[in-house]
Design a protein around this ligand. Sequence first.
Ligand SMILES: Nc1ncnc2c1ncn2[C@@H]1O[C@H](COP(=O)(O)OP(=O)(O)OP(=O)(O)O)[C@@H](O)[C@H]1O
Length: 443
Amino acid sequence: MSEVQQSKSTSVSEGETLVEINDLKTYYGDGGLIDSTPVKAVDGVSLEIKRGETLGLVGESGCGKSTLGRTLIQLEEATSGEVLFDGTDITELSGQELKNWRRNSQMVFQDPESSLNDRMTVGEIIREPLDVHDWKTPRERREHVRELLDVVGLQPEHYYRYPHQFSGGQRQRIGIARALALEPEFIVLDEPVSALDVSVQAQILNLLEDLQEEFGLTYLFIAHDLSVVRHICDRVAVMYLGHIMELGPSDELFEEPKNPYTISLLSAIPDPDPTSSRERITLRGTPPSPRDPPKGCPFSTRCPMKIRPEEFRDADDDLWLNIEIFREVVRARTRADRSVTDQVKELLGMETRFSDIGEIQQELFADIDIPRDIEQHIDEATGYIENNDDQQAREYLRDVFGSVCDSDSPGDNVVSNSGRFSHCHRHLDEYDEPDEFTPYANR
Ligand SMILES: Nc1ncnc2c1ncn2[C@@H]1O[C@H](COP(=O)(O)OP(=O)(O)OP(=O)(O)O)[C@@H](O)[C@H]1O
């Protein structure tokens, strides 16, 4: 870690809070009459964003990053919780108050191809927010737009051109100029360089850094590309299934990840250090549906370091893996939003003929040594399913084979002096720390 980066992280982490988020939830489709199971896109997020910092937000597609970003600037309505900007809860604002507040917070979107209106000139696009807010006089607006073109590296004559006449990188500059028009303090950058060529990405990232310094901006930088985040962000939040799994200074988090999900994500990035002993962890399956998240830890259905119940701690690893797969098959059967056949096929990589539970049981356990007590439990669960009580089977298996990871939501445990936190039961004294635990699959 360079001294410069270190001091930047330290000063920011000690800095003044601009945004404070408390137990924020944003659900989609809540209260509908036909399907009342909401999509829990953001499901209890608490974090702070410091004035002047860039906070990265990373995670797999669909984990809720955009929804969180959109809720912070009130493009999406929060279901519950607080978003305090300089102490004011903006989820409570409406009407003129909300309109006035909106000037402070803007968003830059991922896809410069579709986020700009092709029927408006560049000048009109950048000026639109000024018109909406009746900013100063029309003449001053035009002058301000020309200044903004200059600030983002475009030419005054670009004012009268149309977006389709520009390259992807230039279009993103237009989007940035528009976001800056009302002189906001806070900008959500939603994958701002993902759609651009690598060579252009660096130019846009440099521009964003320069603008941050010039105007004292605070950024929430959403990305799935971890390497981009590492270089531009002071701190990083790792999101999974609507929850923040780990949050801390970038360098620390990348060099010494503490949460099993962060460890798994980072293990997939090639390590330039040939002496590194870091082993790649391949995560099994896909994230659960945000309509039906697990009861305990959000990562519990895929965690390679999941805590086993005491009585099964020495169970054979292959057997245990198949028990976990069996539990996932049963979970999938209880899920409402995708066909059971598709889910089972995906979980087992098998053909539809195995969607009969007896056959699945055979497939998973017939060729494996299975202690009598475990076999009885599996038989019992299969019996419930054969009686069409999938939910009972799911709960039975959770009671028998589940651990604290299945039953309790972990706390945000502080894992370093910087205040970094990790959402994992393994940080409690009675368990091995995640970074000291060899994942079952890698033994
Ligand atoms: N308007 C909506 N109505 C219903 N569900 C939605 C809506 N927008 C998003 N979702 C769902 O909410 C969950 C989170 O989506 P979101 O776009 O916030 O994730 P993301 O991490 O930003 O994904 P990506 O990187 O693919 O954009 C997903 O399951 C998604 O399908």
